[in-house]
Design a protein around this ligand. Sequence first.
Ligand code: FES
Length: 123
Amino acid sequence: MSRDTGSTSAGTWERVAHADEVPTDFPLAVTLVDGRRICLVRRHDEVFALEDRCPHRDFPLSGGDVVAGCLECPWHGARFDLRTGQCTQGPAEGDAIATYPVMQVNGVVLVGPVAAPSTGTAN
Ligand code: FES
């Protein structure tokens, strides 16, 4: 699909895929206009967007599986929460990957500005 960007008061959104291109429980790798690689993952009716880079060894996550609400790194098994990017298991434990806000509008998936990785602390 053609890559468009649009702005709202909340920031810039980029069209990254048609909604029916995003498989269920398996990551789809896409590249943003600025070169950042991300994984899109459909879980039920929701689509998540996460950085396509494991902080353990900087390998791509896009060949991994979705396990228990997490994207599992295909290399050494670290798991990252689809919603927060927080590492929940494995050699990257304590690290987090960036997550992006996602909108689905008229069958198109749009990804918004990057969210800061969660520190895992709540106040
Ligand atoms: S590169 Fe992902 S767990 Fe090692």
